[in-house]
Design a protein around this ligand. Sequence first.
Ligand SMILES: Nc1ncnc2c1ncn2[C@@H]1O[C@H](COP(=O)(O)OP(=O)(O)OP(=O)(O)O)[C@@H](O)[C@H]1O
Length: 271
Amino acid sequence: MSLETNPRPLLPPQLVQTSPIVTMRDVGRRYGEVVALRHVDVTVYPGEVLGIVGESGSGKSTLLRMMNLEDAPDTGDYRLRLPGRDDGNLFALERYQQRMLRARHIGIVYQNPHLGLLMKHSSSGNVAERLLIAGERSFDVLRSKAREALDASEFPLSRMDHRPADLSGGMQQRVQLAKAIALEPALLLLDEPTTGLDVSIQALVLDTLKRLQRERRITMVLVSHDLGVIRTMADRVMVMRRGSVVEQGLADQVFQDPQHAYTQQLVHAKL
Ligand SMILES: Nc1ncnc2c1ncn2[C@@H]1O[C@H](COP(=O)(O)OP(=O)(O)OP(=O)(O)O)[C@@H](O)[C@H]1O
């Protein structure tokens, strides 16, 4: 199937007139002989949840690392539309500028909490650290903003001084989420945020994400190999295979009427 000839609408009607917040073009990345991403284009619209699905090794996490400016591609152009500024191609910025932009405007929740949290600092300290990077210095403000972000992430405030190392997996993900949303990021990246949690805990964390998305209209990019998670959360879906995007469209349409043989396989395997 060619994406160009796909007759289905790619956007929900309310987004047709909207400018994208994220535009990535021709992103490519090799690791030695392995082509992790080939000519990948991504467009994300404000307030939507873009789900990225594909089997292990299809390039999902690599793409998210590029969006988070953690890793540099071999080719590609990445624009993030932020009010009152034009940073051009973010891949071309100095590392320091990339770090500052990421700290201020992009939040991320990793599957592995060790990547996102200092496990031996308090939970509130983890969130405050994010605010410190953005220049906040008042102890009272740090504490109250950390409290607010933890509360919004439905983390029990009675445990805000506990260390993530002493918390359950679900609670650790809520601390990561609080840290990610504390600065009201333009873009929230979620890399398998509920993989490995018990099914009941997974459902609760997804409920929190849905509520946050509904109430704050946070733009989210959610990577998962789990079609159920993507189905629950995503407005639009991108299907990846071997470093390429093989299909994309509105979530309902992709799931109900998959066009690419690989997507058909994924959907039918899930049913
Ligand atoms: N730092 C790295 N060094 C070497 N190879 C890498 C590196 N990162 C990714 N790869 C390779 O690139 C390909 C894409 O990996 P990636 O982790 O992005 O896939 P994925 O779809 O997220 O898979 P998973 O769900 O298993 O994480 C894989 O073949 C992987 O082995």
